[in-house]
Design a protein. Sequence first.
Length: 268
Amino acid sequence: MESVKRSTSNTATPPGEAGMRGYDAQTGLDRREFLGSFLGALFFWRRRATRKLAGIEFRRLRHDDANRRYLLIHGNEQTARAVLTAHMRTAKGTAWLVENATRNVSFRGGELDPNRMFSREGAERNLRKLDPDWSEAQILNGLTVLDRSRHQILDAVLPKRGDVLIAVHNNTEYSVNDELANSNRVALNDRENPHEFCLATDAGDFDLLSRGTYNVVLQNRPTGPEDGSLSRYAARSGFRYVNIECAMGNAAKQRAILEWVDGTLPRT
């Protein structure tokens, strides 16, 4: 289960609109790294139009027609956005980056956490939390819309031919310690840095990643309540998924983990 305790604010500087100084502070990139990421983003953004998936706007970055997929689903996690954008200049595969600048997205006049929509139970819990003034009819209508449309995101982000989907996230309070009770196996290889860890849903991927120097948990049969997260959907559907969590602003660590995970896990 991916906890809600990541970045506590639902606001962030919109991508492409921030001044150089402010953006550097959010991402943890120095000026030269930021310029490389920004120019790389411009290269991709000129070539790739945005697409609406389940009513949520995403931008696609593609390098090669490889089967691997990458995902940024929370718009306010700007360190992860910058790291993934730079990574896709050379990584083979397709990345989908949510276009809004906040964690939650607008949904039928209310709000929705896009990483809580991958089950009806999780989506209902999230709508009731974020939209307490909604009537029962509004909740029911919202769930019906999600039941009919969530496949649009899944069709885009699910890896092809047995490859892996790599998601990137940032956190402030959330850490690997929040996931221990829900995990089936655990490798705490970096206990002093609990905010940096990987969550895998495939036992073979966990075995490979657990040999490294980073914290890794396996959740192929997660315990705890159903929260509608993509990791739980991956676990029950049986496709390979790895979430890379890093503290907001720790771009160097997130870049190192992303490069290591991408190079360690076998491609199809």
